[in-house]
Design a protein around this ligand. Sequence first.
Ligand SMILES: C[S@@+](CC[C@H](N)C(=O)[O-])C[C@H]1O[C@@H](n2cnc3c(N)ncnc32)[C@H](O)[C@@H]1O
Length: 315
Amino acid sequence: MLQTVDPRTLQAEAFRADVLAGLARRQKALPSRWLYDDRGCELFEAITKLEEYYPTRAETAILRMHAAEIADFCGKEAVLLEYGAGAAFKTEILLGALATPRLYVPIDIAGNFLQRTAARIRRRFARLQIRPLAADFTADFEIPSGVPLTPRIGFFPGSTIGNLDEAETLAFLSRMRAHVGPQGKALIGVDLKKDIPTLLAAYDDKKGVTAAFNLNLLARVNCELRGTFALDRYAHEARWNDAESAVEMHLVSLCRQRAAVAGRSFAFAAGETIHTESSRKYSADGFADFARRGGWKIGAMWTDRRFGVFGMCAA
Ligand SMILES: C[S@@+](CC[C@H](N)C(=O)[O-])C[C@H]1O[C@@H](n2cnc3c(N)ncnc32)[C@H](O)[C@@H]1O
């Protein structure tokens, strides 16, 4: 008899495997997708409202200012596939501007938060069909059958694309290209290069919300993987990596110590870090080059010079 495995079990296994492998590396590292449990999603929403965190305000203003032009670029009866939808507040601007959108497919690894977002969008757009999909966009997955093929628009706001490394970015762009098909289009929000103090402040706010977001990953490990991290013995750090053109988030061990995860013990030297997220910053030309290599033609770019929303067509 064919047995189906609960997706939550698969996700729990993937989390365990990533944490055990990541803590065994010379530079300890945990994939940023695991920052987003229920608490992590709430903390990220709090980050978007911080004075220092300009990307959400910048992208919101761009979407509002150019809503009609962006809607025109997308065309009528769009099927919107949104990658890493989160709370999808900015999506309301796009859905409100689109001419008779046909279907909205918010995709996110954080399944509970995704259901809450879908319920709110349903209340706001009563006539829109919505099919939330819990999936990891860094791995191959199918868009459910029954989602019309044309015209599909891939929407990837929030500069979440900056969390992917070069190989993951190219793989993601090709995957989205396959999802939307040969007539498809995409809108991607990209954070642009700027002065380093502004970038670092956006990931290390005065109120300590980003620190709480980062440390929540250890709390998640403690809760879901029988971890023994003493949260007060690790600190948040944001640093600029010039070679990668990225702000990195790390958790710094404040002393020499050990922590166990799922029965395995890991040693930390004082000052040793766990790398938890990179947020790459692009030049407009640099991102356009990636887009081309991933199978896309740039059709338009809306920008305030801090942030860019790229309108792309399948090449
Ligand atoms: C930076 S937040 C952006 C949220 C929202 N799109 C915005 O613009 O404010 C990243 C979102 O992507 C989701 N996410 C991160 N990595 C993911 C992955 N590998 N697969 C699916 N969703 C992911 C997170 O759960 C979170 O909701």
